[in-house]
Structures are given as C-alpha cells and as structure tokens.
Design a protein around this ligand. Structure first.
Ligand code: FES
Length: 586
C-alpha cells in the first residue's frame, strides 16, 4: 500500500507549503521530491515527528576569521533551545561571514555578495522563518538586505559587543581607542613597547566593537526597526543576558513562523523613520545611512537625505558613547539599553510601528517599565549634542550630497575655508602623507579621490585620512578632510564623506587641484569648491575620467552594477521593483 505522505497524486503539495514540504527540489514529481528529502534528512537521525514541525532556519555566520562572531556556537545552541521549547525544528546553515579586518580590499566590497548568499539560501532551503545571526559591521545590513528580498518571517539576533580592556588602568576598547593610540604612536607620544601593550588590551573578548561604531549602530537600528526581541541590541557577547536573548529569539522565530509575519510587515516606512531617529540620537555611524538606504531600497523605499537632515535638526544626540561621548556598549546595556533611549525619544517616534514580537514599538517601550537613574543616556533637555549626529551637505563639490558626523567633529573646524591638499588615490596618500616635505598646514583641507564605490573599489573606510605626521608631531589633532569614501563609525574628526558623484565617475571631486579653495559650512550644510562652473567644465573637458572596469568575475559584476552612496552602494539589479516612495515622509 502506498504511503499517502509521498503519493503526489493523493496529496499534491500545495503552493503555500510549509516546513519540510516547502520549496521542493525539482524532479518533476513533488511526492518523490519530498520522499527523497526526508530520506536524506533522516540520515541525520531525525524522526517524522521532528520533521513535521515548523522549520526555523538559523543563518550561521561563525568563522575563524570573524572573532566578532566568536560566540556563535553558544548563540546557536541557545537559539535552538528556544526554537525547540516553542515547538519548532531548528536548522542552522552557513553563509558568508565578514570581518572588518579580514576582508580585502574592504568588507563593503563583499556586503552585497553576502546579501545575495543570504537571500538565495533562505529561498533555496525549506524554512518557515529565519533567525539571522550577525554582528560585525556589514553582516547585519547584508542579512537584512537579503531577508528583505526573500521576504519570509525573519528575526535578527545580534552577536553582542566585546568587553572593554584596561591599559595602565585606563579603560580601552576597539576601535576608537585603537585609532587614538595609533595617533599617539604616529605623533611619537607612545613608544613601540607601549603600543604593543595596548594591542593586547583593545579587544578584551569576542564580540563586536565596544563603542558606537557601525556594528553597535546596526544593532540599535535593528532593534529600532522592530527586527529583534525587545532589548536585543545591547547585551555584550559573553553575558548571560546575550544567551537569554538568543533563546527568546528562537522562541519568537517559531511564533512569527506560525503567524506568517513576513519581514515586509515589520520593515515599513514608519519603522525606517524610527531607525533614522535612533541613528541620529545615538550619534551613530555614518555607515548606518548607507546600509539603511540599501535595506530600504530592497523594499522599494528611497531614503531622502535632505529630509533626514531636517529630521536631524530636531533630534539631539542622547547617547554618551565613544566616539561622540565617553562610555562603551556595556555601559549602554547597564543603563537599560534601547528601552531607556526609546523612552526618551518617544515623542519623536512612530509608536504604532509593528515589531517582530507582534506588539508595537510603543507597547514594547511601555512594557519595559519606568526606567532608573543612569548617566549614559541623556534626557532630551540635556543632550550631549543638540542636533542629530549626522549632517547632510550639498554644494558644487557634491551635487548628489555628502555627509559629516558633526557630533564627532571639532566645532572650530565646522565653519572653515582652506586650501586643498590633494591626493589622487589611496596609494598616493600612503606614499606622500607622512613626508616631511609635504606642503600642508593645519588650516588646509585634505582631499582624497578615488575611494568611492567604483574607485577603490568598494568604498573603503579610508575617509579617516590620517593627520600628516609633521602636523601630528606638532600637536594637531584634527584637520578638515574630504573624500568619496566612508569612515569607520569608531573614528572621529571633521571629515566629509560619501561625496556623490564619486571622483571615479567624473564627479567634481575628480577635478579638485592642489591650491584650490574649499569652503565647509556645516551650519549652512554647504561643501563648495570655490572655482567657477566654467573652470570646472574646462578641467573636465581637458582630462575626462576613465570609469573603472574589470574583465571577469565578481569584480566585473561589482563595477558594472554598484550604485553610488546615496543609493546604498547596492547592486542596481537587487533593488525592489515596486517603488514605495521616499522616507522620511516630512
Ligand atoms: Fe567587527 Fe568592529 S571589527 S564590529
């Protein structure tokens, strides 16, 4: 007698199949496809009753090359526990993992590849919901981009921040203090022996960078978007709180699978606006804008940078974390984490935005209770910076816009006119920046070309141009710097980034010459090259740029399809096909 479980004619597999019946491999006989699938998975010792449960995929981004994800085995164990306690079947699967220091030329070059990997593995394998475990800078954006395109019930689990270390009784953590100590070393304030000691202390455990860099920013953004369990952003990687969050995440994944709460129901215009508020209020990484733009683009949303800037004018920076402030992520967690911040931001948020918990953001804030005295998250009437951390600049040097992290800039340099000192690319910079005969003063403006999406390629975090050694030795701590690249969220300084169009595409930045005058006015949101339009056109006609190309492989795909910073540096063919309007809607 035939077992009706497999007989295709007796039990045709419905189009909205779930669990192990979902997304069958094509053999032309769906009954046989299911029969074969179950035969193979039973080879791993599963029973029919286990295989009848909702299947929850777990995107495993553990890698020996990624210490920011060094707690992955413990997290997966806890997620699986949560899934099984809630009646689901956990199935973990590997995807690409990216670490900032182990990806050349830059992790950003590979973010879109990771997003494709995530999207296609979610599509290809049977799962009713997916837990996305990420942490290091590009991993959470890549996973959200991929999941947004795959559009199944999805939940984010952050790996969590590292602990801080101690150098000669001073608290230190990656990577603001990495840069600060390296600056001291370059200025001969710290010797070889001490910098080696510091190197042992900057990363005191596994986990993501301990300041408000891109990883912490994306963790906060993920929670603000409603994509994590409440309180999922802040617990450090090696704490019991983080493991509990992992177990809760697993249990919630089963719930959203039953409810078919697809990611597009959570990632709405309102949730993106909430995430932008949070980005501004935490003094978050400038990379957060690029990633939010890319995630939004997958759903057909356009991030309106001018509206974001207007939003910034009434969103103070409340979080006192490095590099804008003093504290570290573990302090943020002890101060109540995102619940404390969101409570303070409440009047500025869309409280009716849905979260993966099935409750609204407002309901989650209320459920978190009244709060307590602490000194890490300020009140709105006593901010650490009166406006949002990021300002959007316009002008003839950046017709498509540029940004500056004003909360991490030197106030004295935010209204500044100076002489351009130009470097043609990263190699030119490396060769000349520290030469004693470099013609540069502290009043000049350093311009670095060709580190944009196509130029480098991958828009590396080389926008944090080092202070020329001769100036560093003289005690100069900041100088205005401009590029079409990005900078790490852990960096600080008066640094204009994301110039659009980039110089490799023939943007005006390509035609800046040594000695040109440039004006930066953050108050007027202006970045201007003080030459006439006619002169700019004359220079462009005299030396047209050659747009980079490659002959094969991923490099070719990247250069042919990558978009500019204002489009999220995503591949053009990955964008959502149904336009859903601009956000924020102001
Ligand atoms: Fe992974 Fe900083 S290097 S979060």
């Amino acid at each position: 007698m035939k077992d009706s479980t497999y007989a295709a004619n007796a039990t045709p597999v419905p189009p909205a199949a779930t669990g192990m019946r979902k997304g069958l491999t094509s053999y032309g006989d769906s009954g046989f496809s299911l029969f074969l699938r179950k035969a193979f998975i039973k080879g791993a010792g599963f029973t029919d009753s286990a295989l009848d449960r909702p299947v929850i995929g777990i995107a495993n981004t553990g890698s020996a090359y990624n210490p920011c994800h060094g707690n992955m085995p413990q997290l997966i164990e806890a997620v699986k526990r949560g899934i099984m306690l809630a009646g689901g079947l956990p199935m973990d699967f590997p995807t690409i993992s990216l670490h900032e220091s182990f990806a050349t030329p830059t992790s950003m070059y590979l973010r879109n590849l990771m997003s494709i990997d995530t999207e296609e593995m979610i599509r290809a394998q049977p799962m009713d919901a997916v837990v996305l475990i990420g942490g290091c800078d590009k991993t959470v954006p890549a996973q959200l981009m991929g999941a947004a395109s795959a559009n199944i019930p999805s939940i984010v689990l952050i790996t969590g921040s590292m602990l801080t270390g101690s150098h000669r009784s001073e608290r230190v953590g990656a990577c603001t203090d990495c840069r600060r100590y390296w600056g001291k070393y370059r200025a001969d304030e710290v010797d070889d022996a001490e910098i080696a000691e510091v190197n042992n202390q900057l990363v005191a455990s596994v986990g993501t960078c301990s300041v408000m860099g891109t990883a912490s920013t994306m963790a906060c953004i993920a929670e603000a978007l409603g994509m994590t369990v409440p309180g999922g952003a802040s617990p450090p990687a090696v704490t019991a709180d983080r493991i509990r969050v992992a177990e809760e995440t697993g249990a919630l994944a089963v719930k959203i699978a039953h409810e078919r709460l697809t990611i597009d129901k959570v990632l709405t215009a309102k949730s993106f606006e909430n995430a932008m508020r949070v980005l501004l209020a935490i003094g978050g990484s400038t990379n957060g804008i690029v990633h939010l733009t890319a995630i939004g683009g997958r759903l057909g949303f356009d991030i309106d940078l001018k509206a974001l800037d207007r939003m910034g004018r009434d969103t103070p920076v409340l979080l006192d974390l490095k590099p804008s402030g003093q504290h570290y992520m573990e302090d943020f967690h002890h101060a109540g984490g995102m619940a404390t911040l969101l409570r303070e931001l409440k009047p500025l948020l869309h409280l009716d935005a849905l979260t993966v918990s099935g409750r609204t953001l407002g309901e989650e804030i209320d459920a978190a209770g009244a709060g307590f005295r602490q000194d890490v998250i300020r009140s709105r009437d006593n901010p650490i910076y009166p406006q949002g951390g990021i300002a959007v600049l316009q002008g003839n040097l950046a017709p498509g816009g540029a940004i500056i992290k004003q909360s991490a800039a030197d106030p004295k340099l935010m209204e500044h006119e100076g002489r351009a000192v130009v470097f043609e690319n990263a190699a030119d910079l490396a060769t000349r920046i520290d030469r004693d005969d470099l013609d540069v003063t502290a009043d000049d403006i350093i311009v670095l070309k060709n580190i944009g999406p196509k130029g480098a390629p991958g828009m590396p975090e080389a926008g944090y141009i080092p202070i020329p050694k001769k100036l560093a030795r003289a005690g100069v701590k900041d100088i205005v710097r401009i590029s079409d690249g990005r900078m790490s969220g852990t960096a600080f300084g008066t640094i204009v980034l994301h110039v659009v169009p980039e110089s490799a595409m023939g943007g005006p930045l390509a035609y800046v010459q040594n000695g040109d005058r440039i004006r930066l006015s953050v108050a007027n949101r202006e970045i201007a090259l003080l030459i006439s339009d006619e002169e700019l056109a004359r220079r462009a006609a005299k030396k047209p740029v050659v747009i980079p190309t490659a002959s094969r492989g991923y490099h070719k795909l990247f250069l042919q399809t990558v978009t500019q910073a204002d489009q999220g540096v995503d591949f053009d063919f990955l964008r959502g096909t149904e336009p859903r309007g601009a956000i924020p809607k102001m």
